[in-house]
Design a protein around this ligand. Structure first.
Ligand code: RRO
Length: 302
C-alpha cells in the first residue's frame, strides 16, 4: 500500500498539496513542509510588487472563507532571491505560482521563475480579486488561456507547467481543453468561487476591506468536485484537485472525481497544519478497509 504519487515526473510522498496563498511567508512555508504534505505551493508572484487590498483580507463565515488579498507579493525580482534560499531548506517538492495581468509578461516572468528551478510551475490564470488587461481573469476565456500557456511553455524548459483554472465560467471543459492545446502538463482546479459579498448588518458595511472577494472553504467543495470530474472526463492531464477539501473523506472523493493529487487550502484556517497528517492517516485507513493498494484503483472511478 502506498500514498506516494508521481506528478509529471515529480515524486510526492503524500497525494496532498498545500494550495497557493494560504501560507505566505517563507519561514512558515518551511514549517508547513514538515507537516506530512506532499508538495507546497508559493503565493502567486507577479512581475511587479503589489501592496494588495485594504484589511480585512481574509474572513470566515458559517460555511467557508472569503478573501480579497489582492495578490499582495514582493514581485519576481525580490521573490526570486527569497524562493531560492527557501528551496535550499525544504525537503518536499515546491510548486512556484506565477500570475500576470498582461499577456506580454508571461514569457519573461516564466524565464525568471524557472531559472531558480522549482519542481513545478503553476500559472494562476484565475485570481478573482484582480483584473487582467482585458478586465477579467485569463481563465474565463479559452483563447487567452491557450495563448498564456503557450507563452509560458516557450520559456519553461523541463519544468512541468500547471494551469490554475477558475470555476467562474459557463464551460470549464472548454478552458481545460484550451490549456491542454497550449501545452500545459497539468491542471490545478479550482481557484475561488465568485467574487462573493458579505455584509456586517450591525455596521452596515462590507465585511471585507475590498468589499467583494473570492469564496473558498467547505461551501465550494461540491463545485470543485464537479469541475475536477468534468476536466478528468474530457482532458488527459493530471489534476491537482482543490476547493473546500477539509477531511480525508473529501480527499478520497476528490481522487474518485479524477484528481491525481488533492490541494488543501482553507482547511488550514480551521485545523492548522495537522490537517495533512489527518488526511494521510484517513487515506491509509480507507485503503486498508477497501483493500486498495494504490490510489490509482479509485482515481476517476465515477
Ligand atoms: O491574492 C488574491 O486575492 C487571490 C488570488 Br492571487 C487567487 O488566485 N485567488 C484568490 O482567491 N485570491
Amino acid at each position: 500500500m502506498k500514498l506516494s504519487v508521481n506528478l509529471c515526473g515529480v515524486k510526492l510522498e503524500s497525494p496532498t498539496v498545500l494550495a497557493s496563498g494560504i501560507v505566505t511567508t517563507y519561514p512558515a512555508l518551511i514549517a508547513a513542509s514538515k507537516s506530512g504534505v506532499g508538495a507546497i505551493t508559493t503565493k502567486s508572484i507577479s512581475p511587479q510588487p503589489r501592496e494588495g487590498n485594504p484589511a480585512p483580507v481574509v474572513i470566515r463565515f458559517d460555511h467557508g472563507v472569503m478573501n480579497s488579498v489582492g495578490l499582495r507579493n514582493s514581485g519576481i525580482e525580490k521573490s526570486k532571491a527569497e524562493i531560492l534560499e527557501f528551496l535550499k531548506k525544504v525537503d518536499v517538492p515546491v510548486i512556484a505560482s506565477i500570475v500576470s495581468f498582461h499577456m506580454k509578461d508571461f514569457g519573461p516572468l516564466t524565464a525568471e521563475m524557472v531559472s531558480i528551478k522549482p519542481k513545478i510551475l503553476e500559472v494562476n490564470l484565475s485570481c478573482p480579486n484582480v483584473d487582467n488587461e482585458f478586465g477579467k481573469p485569463f481563465a474565463t476565456d479559452a483563447v487567452s488561456s491557450e495563448k498564456a500557456i503557450k507563452l509560458v511553455k516557450k520559456h519553461s524548459g523541463k519544468v512541468p507547467v500547471f494551469a490554475k483554472l477558475s470555476p467562474n465560467v459557463a464551460n470549464i471543459v472548454e478552458i481545460a481543453k484550451a490549456v491542454e492545446a497550449g501545452g500545459a502538463d497539468g491542471i490545478t482546479a479550482i481557484n475561488s468561487v465568485g467574487p462573493g459579498f458579505l455584509i456586517d448588518i450591525k455596521t452596515r458595511k462590507a465585511r471585507l476591506g475590498a468589499k467583494y472577494g473570492g469564496v473558498t472553504g467547505p461551501a465550494i467543495f461540491p463545485v470543485a468536485l464537479r469541475c475536477v470530474n468534468e476536466i478528468y472526463k474530457n482532458v488527459k492531464l493530471p489534476i491537482i484537485g482543490m476547493g473546500g477539501v477539509m477531511t480525508a473523506e473529501d480527499a478520497i472523493a476528490m481522487i474518485m472525481a479524477g484528481a491525481t493529487v488533492v490541494g488543501v487550502g482553507s482547511a488550514l484556517y480551521y485545523k492548522g497544519l495537522k490537517v495533512f497528517k489527518e488526511i494521510n492517516e484517513g487515506l491509509i485507513d480507507f485503503m486498508k478497509k477497501e483493500k486498495i493498494k494504490s490510489l490509482k484503483e479509485i482515481r476517476g472511478c465515477i
